[in-house]
Write a protein that binds this ligand. Structure first.
Ligand code: IFM
Length: 471
């Protein structure tokens, strides 16, 4: 996903208006997304087991402000209200994840009926509300018992995952037809096992690459399980994809951007599309790459029905001899607008990415399973919360999604991250991505202007200018 050249500062500015906007096609999937640990809370209720995020978030110093997901948005108790939030913005789909430790508290073995019953109720509630459930089977909450046995670097975890998936799809597959095996294996492996920023907080490149491989294997095994049980199901994997642009024309920076792309995008994409790991990156990482029997790649390359694209920002990459891993660092271009996460706002990179995925990995349906932004919101006043930066972000990115479709990219759906403010992992509750503001003291949810804007887009079935009057 190297972009070839660094966009100018003018190009970096989000579109003030969306000139030449094209409507989204009929049948387009309009959704909002969440994940279990980020919203559910109720971590000790109804037989749920411990996850690596319970353990990690209770580790002093691991999470900003000492926050944990113990209560989060209390969605476990407020799911009916949250379905009403989805209805109020008019979306036709909801992406959420199933918590593995609610289903199998010890990771494998005894099934917790109360856990399955919770998702049963949620699915039934969504369908009754006319909202299609899209389920992510793994969004980072590995049962702690499996981590104690070696976690994702242990190949046995892939087998345990396939068993867990069988249990979930057997129970819900009569009503749920859209399945995402994994959310962002790059994050699970690199942030969790290489950088120590996410659970389980390990710091080893070797462990991270083992984890990445087991995760991909788990995806392949799970895909086969779902197809076997429900031939009419649609199965995909969600990747975090960060197009890389060289920070300058210097050949060293150009090569660094290519390394970034190979290590962070293609390492996770190429095997899924039957190409194995990128050869040049395999050579670069040499000793840290685990043994990979070729039969693994056959499993990993099980055909999928769609590629889930999570995209937030592009990376501008410079060569850096002090970086021991990839010899690179990300730089922020002068004049770039940043979100509260410090991520560059650059809508144009979104359509570049979608085009590139279509060109290099197509034909495959693409679904944007996450896109959105954290900005510092102030609490609502009299039921209103103006968040113009998030409205501008969505306007710019939706316009680029529409542009990609107009240019022939088979983009079938778009899910905003996130439905409501929630536990933003290592950042705790400090960073807010929601269309709804969550007051964590009262659990009151308030629709932000960005939620009103998104509702208008869904109604119109077309990208709208950020200046659209909101009701
Ligand atoms: O909150 C996360 C989500 O869980 C996975 N994708 C990125 C989001 C924002 O950081």
């Amino acid at each position: 996903m190297t972009g070839g050249r660094q966009p100018s500062v003018a190009e970096l500015r989000p579109a003030a208006d969306n000139r030449g906007m094209t409507a989204f096609p009929p049948g387009f999937v309009w959704g909002a997304a969440t994940a279990a640990y980020q919203i559910e809370g109720a971590v000790n209720e109804d037989g749920r087991g411990e996850s690596i995020w319970d353990r990690f978030s209770h580790t002093p110093g691991a999470i900003a402000n000492g926050d944990t997901g113990d209560i989060a948005c209390d969605h476990y108790h407020r799911w009916r209200e949250d379905i009403a939030l989805l209805q109020a913005i008019g979306v036709n789909a909801y992406r959420f994840s199933v918590a593995w430790p609610r289903i199998l508290p010890a990771g494998r073995g005894a099934v917790n009926e109360a856990g399955l019953a919770f998702y049963d109720r949620l699915v039934d509630g969504l369908l009754a509300a006319g909202i299609t459930p899209w389920i992510t089977l793994y969004h980072w909450d590995l049962p702690q018992t499996l981590e104690d046995e070696g976690g994702w670097p242990n190949r046995e975890t892939a087998v345990a995952f396939a068993d867990y998936v069988r249990i979930v799809v057997d129970r819900l597959g009569d009503r749920v037809k859209h399945w995402i095996t994994l959310n962002e294996p790059w994050c699970s492996s690199i942030l969790g096992y290489e950088r120590g920023e996410h659970a389980p907080g390990k710091r080893s490149t070797r462990l991270a690459l083992r984890a990445a491989h087991t995760l991909l294997l788990a995806h392949g095994l799970a895909t086969a399980v779902i197809r076997d049980r429900w031939p009419d199901a649609r199965v995909g994997i969600t990747q975090i994809l960060t197009p890389a642009y060289p920070a300058s024309d210097d050949p060293l920076d150009v090569a660094a951007a290519e390394r970034y792309d190979a290590a962070y995008n293609r390492w996770y994409l190429d095997p899924v599309f039957g190409r194995g790991y990128p050869g040049e990156m395999r050579a670069w990482l040499r000793h840290d790459v685990p043994p990979t029997p070729s039969s693994d790649f056959d499993i990993i390359a099980a055909p999928i029905d769609f590629l889930g694209v999570n995209h937030y920002f592009p990376a501008y990459v410079a060569h850096d001899d002090f970086d021991p891993y990839l010899r690179l660092r990300r730089v922020i271009p002068k004049g770039a607008e940043l979100t509260a996460m410090g991520w560059v706002v650059q809508p144009r990179a979104f359509s570049d990415l979608l085009q590139r995925l279509h060109r290099d990995y197509g034909p495959i349906d693409l679904v944007v399973t996450e896109n959105g932004a954290a900005f510092p919101d102030t609490p609502p006043v009299a039921g209103r919360l103006a968040d113009p930066a998030r409205v501008r972000y969505l306007a710019g990115y939706l316009a680029e999604a529409a542009r990609a479709i107009a240019d022939g990219v088979p983009l079938k759906g778009y899910f905003v991250w996130s439905l409501l403010d929630n536990f933003e992992w290592a950042e705790g509750y400090a960073k807010r991505f929601g269309l709804y503001y969550t007051d964590y003291a009262t659990q009151e949810r308030t629709l932000k202007d960005s939620g009103r804007y998104y509702r208008a887009v869904v109604r119109a079935g077309a990208p709208l200018p950020a200046t659209t009057p909101l009701d």
